[in-house]
Structure formats: structure tokens, C-alpha cells
Unconditional design. Sequence first.
Length: 278
Amino acid sequence: MVTRFAPSPTGRLHLGHAFAAKVAFNFAKAQNFSCLLRIEDIDHTRCTNEYTLEIYRELDWLGFDWPLPVKIQSKHYYDYAKIIKNLCNLGLAYECPLTRGNIRDGLLPKNKGTNINGYLDHFKEGNSKPIIPNSIRLDLKKSMQYLKDQELTFIETSSGEEKKINSKVALMDAVEKKKLDPIIARKDIGVSYHIAVTHDDYYQDITHVVRGHDLYESTHIHVLIQKISNWPTPKYHHHPVLNNKYGDKLSKRGLDTSIRSLRNNGLTAHQVLDMATL
């Protein structure tokens, strides 16, 4: 059995990351699982090598260890792009030229059945910073029709018991309320979290996904992508996120809670982990 801890190197790790790492690694240890480390750095507009190296240093200092090699997502853009291209070929995804301003003004994207000719060319020859002409969205309605009567569920374990969650209900609700189709390829990076994370969970044989509850709603989209791609759906454990004193989720902008800052102020790893508690 395998789980993973998957931070993004867009800033310094903070207490919230220490809490999430503690939950993931302790979850694995308690059940004799393996816990992988994955660097989710597909957002080349924000991620840096400096922060990647700092992730290794801080997690090691906190006392965590992980199997090698570490999966680096930015080395696999082409793999993710092939999944997106396949969804386009199936008629389940489409280009969306609308800007955020267009959408705020009430314009809605439409699936014109585009085949996205030339899309994969943006990822060839080791392009480490792909950019595409328009974003690409997954057509929820057509995806649901494509799967017909297939079950769309996942097992949630955060309550201490296994609970079967019906993603089809949430997805159908999104369709009926005409919510925006999810972006599966951002214009500025060519791919997306939804595609990269489901791809990697499959190819890394992840059986249990341990992550923050802020990603719970994304799970419905991930189950849909897994089903279309004929990938098994892992079990999920969505834990609470650590908030600041105002009740807001900790962010990387709060440098006073960064592990580096706490470490430089003389705290031990044990003390930092004690602070990383709900």
C-alpha cells in the first residue's frame, strides 16, 4: 500500500505543510504503508528550484524520510499532455479562449468539438516551460454521457470509517447549475493539477491519497478522469487544514510561520511538529 506527500515549490514550507506531512507520514507508518515524496512543480510561473531544494532540507530536518527517486512533475509535461490530447480526441475536452474578465462579464465557454491540432507540439524537445494558445476545459456533461451508467464513487476514510461517496451526484449538480467546466490545461503552463495528480497517482501505484480537505471537491473531477482513463480510484483521506489565528488557511506569504523562520529562531524539529497541530 502506498500514499504520498506532494508539496509545490511555490514558496517556503510553513506550519501547514508540517502538519500535512505529519498526517501523511504518520498515516503511512501506522498502517505499514510506504509514503512517497512528489514535487508538484508544473506551475513554472511560480515554482523554483530553490524552493524544491528547501522542501528536501526542511522535511529531512523534521525527521521524515522517503523512497528515492522523487517524482518531479515538471519533467513529465509531455506525459500529461498526452492524456489531455486523448480527452480532446474523445470529444470530451475543448479549447476555451475566454479570459477571466470575459467569464466575469457572463460569457460561458462552449465545446465546439475542437481536436486541438498541434497541441502536443508545445511539449516536444524537452520544453520545460510550455505555453499553449488557449486553456482547455473538460466537458462535464459530455464526459458523464460518455461513461453512461458507470459508477463514479470513491472511498473516504477521514472519519475513521470507510464511507462511499457518490461523485456522480456532485458532477450532475455542477452540470445542472451550469457551473464552469474545469480547466485541464492552463494556457500559461499547458497542463493542470487535475491531470498531473491523477496521472501520477496511477503510475506511482498510489492506493491511498492523504491530503487537505480544501481539495475534497476536486476529488469528484479526479474520479471522473480516472474512470475515463480506465485508472483505478484510490481511497481518499481528506484531513483538516491548519488555520491561522483568524481562521484562515495558512499561506506561504505568512513568513512568520515558515519552517525556516521557526528553525532560525531556535525551535527544534520536535517543537515545530508540536506546533503543527489543530
